[in-house]
Design a protein. Structure first.
Length: 727
């Protein structure tokens, strides 16, 4: 049993599932096109992301210009994720971020996981209606807005070439899809130097008083001068091919690696100082280009090391085992930021199954929740259904690793199936799975569930990775607990809201009606907008729509009193003026501190006339049978709840067969910075453009357009009344 959400992440229209890369020739052609794109656009690095076979996620396939590990948080990206490559493909547009500050503002997840000075362009790779993936380009950022970057035309041209290649490969039956792991393209070879020239260069460096060394783009020593080796406290032979933060005992602080990454991405020279135990200070000057980083090392006085990052003195133990790699630190920060944005349980499940699985190189993941003394599978990816059925509903006393870690609060790691079977002899062998991480999810001191990662090969789980997994489990637990509380309150609010609004609208001969309601306050999903349609007799009906001041529980409670009151007045045959006047007096008597707007329409189907009155509510829009639409001009009436003696003048209009009357609350039309009259005229234009169609479909069209135009913070209610053209 695999309870995964299917909403919000469906495969894009026109998607054709690719198969894994078929043959080195097609992989080589994709590499060539990426290299051409990087060279043609003049950027420092580029990457191709391909759509996964299920159409729900992007996978990093190949990168040029920097190591793939720099993009570890995006080895797998859910198509619904708020990151540039996903948004570019999802919205079929170029995402251009020439200013690093703009990148951080619009995409905080991306900025947290790769916190350096660079600019970004992400573009969709699409042919016709078929999406294939995204192209990501990076170049040094600038403090000057609008600074030079790749030409958008060249970016689009590169995407067209990639799209044609991927389409042709698929048409030939050899679709190119994501491989098992991202590939980093080797840098083009530098100018070949004659042995004498190379020796002369080495001799020149060795004669300098400072030490010199060179790192490739992945941070490995490619050259170390004799002076540099002495200053660093190692030997050139031992250092070549290693990374400083792995081979130098005093250099385990992540700051060193961080500085090197920053230089590679920014292509800017940098300088920092560090202390070698016990008290020797060194100055490091970094000079990067597209092939690596040249470093000049020189002794410096302690007084000049104000920006120093001292190493821990020898013999002082601060961490047992290897330090946590910087890439994994940023990976956890990225996932933590993503988890903080998750709202409901479904969001947490999607995030874990779509993004965390590829981020850690796992093949499968299962998320289990503790529910009334039993384990429930609430999300999974990659597990066989019979395995999940075996654990779904199991009591918390069941002898299984996932249950055990929940009882003890201690994670369990099994590098091989033999280790797992020794600890739990009944454990069934699962084809293709060879190692597991069982993580307890503990929030506020109580168990909320467990998360299980499984790998397709033996996995040793070094100490630093166990630390990362354990920290991640705590973040997942907190997010899951928040999400469950949100879902509970949302369900309660929706039940309350449904009880206060009409279950359905009456079926009246000659009328086609539809209604929609959307709360504006995210979190409670409840508001104060209301509507109703009341059958008075065989040829008469009353429709009304209103808006209680505020959009919270208090507003909803008042709406729960005012709507039945107006409905009762409508059922007795009250005219619009009478209904609003009486409702106004009741509101003043009961709740003088709250105001309500209301529009009331009495429909006389026999005479094909309508009488309207408003109490401070936006006027309706009428679309005529010939297709043109107008905002009706009604005599103004005071908001309900202000003056007990207020009058509400009425207006009578003809109802022509084929016309449509749209009643709405201001949340449908109000947008920041737009005049309300212009916004209402815009709704009339939308209604005119929509043309003849069933009211239910028309209501969906208008609501969707409102969602797309601007963020909506107010509740939205919409009531459409169409007169049958044959009537």
């Amino acid at each position: 049993m695999c309870a995964m959400r299917e909403d919000g992440a469906a495969p894009p229209h026109g998607f054709r599932p690719p198969s894994p890369v078929a043959g080195s020739v097609r992989g080589a052609e994709l590499d060539r096109l990426l290299e051409h794109a990087v060279r043609d656009t003049g950027v420092l690095a580029g990457a191709v992301f391909l759509l996964a076979s299920d159409g729900r996620a992007l996978r990093l396939e190949v990168i040029a210009g920097m190591p793939a590990e720099y993009l570890a948080p995006w080895f797998g990206v859910a198509l619904s994720s708020p990151v540039p490559v996903a948004e570019a493909l999802r919205e079929r547009r170029l995402v251009w971020l020439g200013d690093p500050q703009e990148l951080a503002r619009r995409y905080p997840r991306t900025a947290i996981a790769l916190p350096y000075h660079y600019a970004v362009a992400a573009a969709p790779i699409v042919t016709g209606t078929t999406p294939w993936g995204s192209l990501l380009l990076l170049w040094p950022g600038s403090d000057i807005a609008g600074s030079a970057g790749p030409s958008p035309e060249r970016v689009s041209s590169a995407c067209r070439r990639l799209g044609r290649f991927l389409r042709d490969a698929a048409d030939a039956g050899h679709a190119v899809g994501p491989g098992p792991a991202p590939r980093t393209l080797p840098q083009p070879p530098a100018r070949r130097r004659e042995p004498a020239e190379a020796q002369a260069a080495a001799d020149f460096v060795e004669r300098l008083p400072e030490g010199s060394c060179s790192l490739d783009l992945e941070g490995r020593f490619t050259y170390v001068s004799a002076t540099a080796a002495v200053l660093l406290g190692g030997s050139a032979t031992d250092l070549i091919g290693t990374r400083p933060w792995q081979s130098l005992p005093w250099c385990t602080d992540s700051a060193f690696e961080d500085r090197c990454r920053a230089a590679v991405l920014s292509r800017k020279p940098a300088r920092f100082t560090a202390m070698l135990p016990p008290d020797r200070w060194l100055a490091f000057e970094l000079y990067p280009d597209g092939s690596g980083v040249s470093i000049r090392i020189s002794p410096t006085a302690a007084c000049r090391a104000s920006q120093a990052t001292p190493a821990e003195p020898a013999g002082k133990e601060t961490f047992q085992g290897e330090p946590i790699p910087l890439g994994e630190v940023y990976q956890v920060l990225h996932l933590a930021a993503a988890l903080s944005e998750a709202v409901g349980v479904g969001d947490v499940v999607d995030l874990i199954t779509e993004e965390m699985l590829p981020a850690f190189g796992a093949r499968t993941v299962a998320l289990l929740a503790a529910d009334e003394g039993r384990m429930r599978v609430i999300g999974c990816r990659g597990y066989h259904s019979w395995i999940l059925e075996h654990f779904d509903g199991a009591p918390l006393t069941f002898p299984a690793p996932a249950v055990r870690v929940l009882a003890t609060g201690v994670p369990s790691f099994f590098a091989t199936f033999e280790e797992l079977s020794r600890a739990y002899p009944p454990a069934p062998r699962q084809e293709g799975l060879h190692s597991w991480a069982f993580l307890p999810l503990i929030a506020s001191g109580r168990p909320v569930g467990a998360c299980v990662f499984a790998f397709d090969r033996p996995h040793p789980f070094p100490d630093e990775q166990r630390v990362v997994f354990t920290a991640l489990a705590g973040l997942i637990a907190q997010a899951l607990e928040r999400a469950r509380l949100y879902d509970t309150s949302k369900e309660l609010a929706q039940t309350l809201q449904a009880a206060m609004l009409p279950d359905s609208l009456p079926d009246l001969p000659g009328l086609d009606v539809a209604a929609r309601y959307l709360p504006g306050a995210r979190g409670m999903d409840i508001g104060g907008d209301f509507y109703d349609l009341v059958r008075v007799d065989d040829t008469t009906a009353a429709a009304f729509i209103g808006d209680v001041q505020g959009h919270n529980v208090t507003a909803a409670a008042l709406m729960g009193r005012i709507r039945p009151a107006i409905r009762s007045l409508a059922s007795t045959g009250a005219t619009p003026a009478q209904a609003l006047a009486r409702a106004n007096r009741r509101l003043v008597d009961r709740d003088p501190a709250r105001f309500v707007s209301c529009l009331y329409v009495r429909l006389d189907l026999a005479r094909r006339r309508a009488v309207l009155a408003t109490g401070g509510h936006p006027p309706p829009v009428l679309r005529h049978p010939d297709g043109h639409a107008e905002v009706l001009s009604l005599p103004p009436g005071l908001l309900l709840g202000i003056d007990p003696d207020a009058d509400y003048p009425s207006t009578e209009i003809p109802l022509t067969p084929g016309s449509v009357l749209a009643l709405y609350t201001d949340g449908l039309v109000e947008t920041p910075g737009v005049d309300l009259d212009d916004a209402m005229s815009g709704l009339a234009a939308q209604l005119a453009r929509a043309g003849p169609q069933p009211m239910d479909r028309l209501a969906t069209t208008l609501i969707d357009q409102a969602r797309q135009t601007a963020p909506r913070t107010d509740d939205i209610a919409l009531l459409l009344i169409g007169l049958d053209a044959a009537g």
